[in-house]
Design a protein around this ligand. Structure first.
Ligand SMILES: Nc1ncnc2c1ncn2[C@@H]1O[C@H](COP(=O)(O)OP(=O)(O)O)[C@@H](O)[C@H]1O
Ligand SMILES: [Mg+2]
Length: 360
C-alpha cells in the first residue's frame, strides 16, 4: 500500500498540452476513479503514473518517494488495461505467473501467489485452460490476477470493463469492489462511465480537457457539483438546465423568474443581486407532476417511455428548452399534451453565467 501524490503534472505531445497541471493526493488504500469524456486525458494521466509516458512538468511521488523519472518496473505498480492481451499459448496459471517467473522469483512463491489470486478471483477450476477456452469475463479476471500476483503498492486500471457486455460489467464491478475491500491496496481506476465511477470510487476526479473540474466523494459530486459540467456529467439521465433571472420577491427575499413563473424562497449568496442571470439545474428524478398551478412550469410532452417502475417524459418548456423528467410510478401521459410540473426548492442547483455553482 502506498499513497500517490501528483503536483503540477503536465503533459505535452508536440506543442499540444493535453494535461494542464493536475494536483492530486490519493491516500494509501484509497479507491480513486478518474472520470471524464473520451479524450480528456484520463489514460495519459494514468500512464504517467505508471511510467509509460514521460512527465512533461510537475512531480509524481508514490509512497513518499519521488517517482517522476523512475523506471516503470521500480514504481511498485501493476496496471490492467481494457484489452487484456493474454499469451495464447500459455495456460491461465502460466499467464498469471509469467511476470514473476520473468523476474526470477522462487517457484514455490509463484505457485502460492497464483493460487491465492486464483482463489480470490474464482479461477481455480480454470488454471490449466488456455485463454481461447475462456469467456471474455474470465479472461479479464486472469488479467486482473496477473496484476494481483505482483503484490503491487498501487493498482492502475484503464477502462478494464469496457470490452465486456453490460451484465458482466455490473458483475465485475461488484467483484472489483469486493477485491478492494479484501486487498485494501491503493487503486486508481479510469473510466468514461459515470455509473462505474459512482459505484466504485471512494473519491472521484472529474477531468475535462486535461484539467480537474472537481474532486470529491460520489455523493459530494452528486449533491454539490462545482459547475454545470460536473452537474451534467454525474447522474443519469443528465441534469436539466434552464435559464432564469434573480428577482426581488414579495417579502424582499430573493426569488427566481423561471420561464415566467416566480419561484419564491430561493437561498442565494448575498452577492447575487436582482437582475442576475442564472442557470437552474434540476435532476430528472426531482421533477414531479404539479398538483396546483402555483410555482409550477408548463411543459409539452414529446415522448413518453413507460418503464413500469418509472415513467420517463421527454418534453420541451415554454421557449423550447429540453426537459427530461423521470416520474416515479406509472402515469397515463400522452405526447403532444401540455402538463404542469414542479420540484422542491431544496432539489435545485443554481449556477452563474460562467457555469459555476452559486447555491443549491
Ligand atoms: N501519443 C500521443 N500523441 C499525441 N497525442 C496524444 C497521444 N496520446 C494521447 N494523445 C491525445 O491526448 C488527449 C488525451 O488522450 P487520452 O489520455 O487517451 O484520453 P482519454 O483516455 O481520456 O480518452 C487526446 O486528445 C489524444 O488524442
Ligand atoms: Mg483512455
Amino acid at each position: 500500500m502506498a499513497d500517490v501524490s501528483l503536483s503540477g503534472i503536465r503533459k505535452t505531445f508536440g506543442n499540444i498540452e493535453v494535461i494542464k497541471g493536475v494536483d492530486l493526493n490519493v491516500a494509501s488504500g484509497e479507491f480513486v476513479v478518474f472520470v471524464g469524456p473520451s479524450g480528456c486525458g484520463k489514460s495519459t494521466l494514468l500512464r504517467m503514473i505508471a511510467g509509460l509516458e514521460d512527465v512533461s512538468a510537475g512531480k509524481l511521488a508514490i509512497g513518499g518517494t519521488d517517482m517522476t523519472d523512475e523506471d516503470p518496473a521500480k514504481r511498485g505498480i501493476a496496471m490492467v488495461f481494457q484489452t487484456y492481451a493474454l499469451y495464447p499459448h500459455m495456460t491461465v496459471k502460466e499467464n498469471m505467473g509469467f511476470a514473476l517467473r520473468f523476474a526470477g522469483m522462487d517457484k514455490r512463491e509463484i505457485e502460492s501467489r497464483v493460487d491465492e489470486a486464483a482463489r480470490m478471483l474464482e479461477l481455480e477450476a480454470l488454471l490449466d485452460r488456455k485463454p481461447k477456452a475462456l469467456s471474455g469475463g474470465q479472461r479479464q479476471r486472469v488479467a486482473i490476477g496477473r496484476a494481483i500476483v505482483r503484490h503491487p503498492d498501487v493498482f492502475l486500471f484503464d477502462e478494464p470493463l469496457s470490452n465486456l457486455d453490460a451484465e458482466l460489467r455490473v458483475h465485475m464491478r461488484a467483484e472489483l469492489s469486493a477485491l478492494h475491500d479484501r486487498l485494501k491496496t491503493t487503486m486508481i481506476y479510469v473510466t468514461h462511465d459515470q455509473v462505474e465511477a459512482m459505484t466504485l470510487a471512494d473519491r472521484i476526479v472529474v477531468l475535462r480537457q486535461g484539467k480537474v473540474e472537481q474532486i470529491g466523494t460520489p455523493l459530494e459530486l452528486y449533491n454539490e457539483p462545482a459547475n454545470t459540467f460536473v452537474a451534467g456529467f454525474i447522474g443519469s439521465p443528465s441534469m436539466n438546465f434552464l435559464p432564469a433571472t434573480v428577482i426581488a420577491g414579495d417579502d424582499g427575499a430573493p426569488a427566481l423568474n423561471l420561464l415566467g413563473e416566480t419561484l419564491p424562497g430561493i437561498a442565494l449568496p448575498a452577492s447575487v443581486s436582482a437582475g442576475t442571470k442564472v442557470t437552474v439545474g434540476v435532476r430528472p428524478q426531482n421533477i414531479r407532476l404539479a398538483e396546483t398551478d402555483a410555482a409550477s412550469i408548463e411543459i409539452t410532452i414529446k415522448l413518453v417511455e413507460a418503464l413500469g417502475a418509472e415513467t420517463v417524459v421527454y418534453a420541451t418548456a415554454r421557449h423550447g428548452e429540453d426537459i427530461l423528467a423521470v416520474l416515479s410510478g406509472q402515469h397515463m401521459l400522452k405526447s403532444g399534451t401540455t402538463i404542469q410540473v414542479t420540484f422542491d426548492r431544496n432539489d435545485i442547483h443554481l449556477f452563474d453565467e460562467a457555469g459555476n455553482r452559486l447555491a443549491g
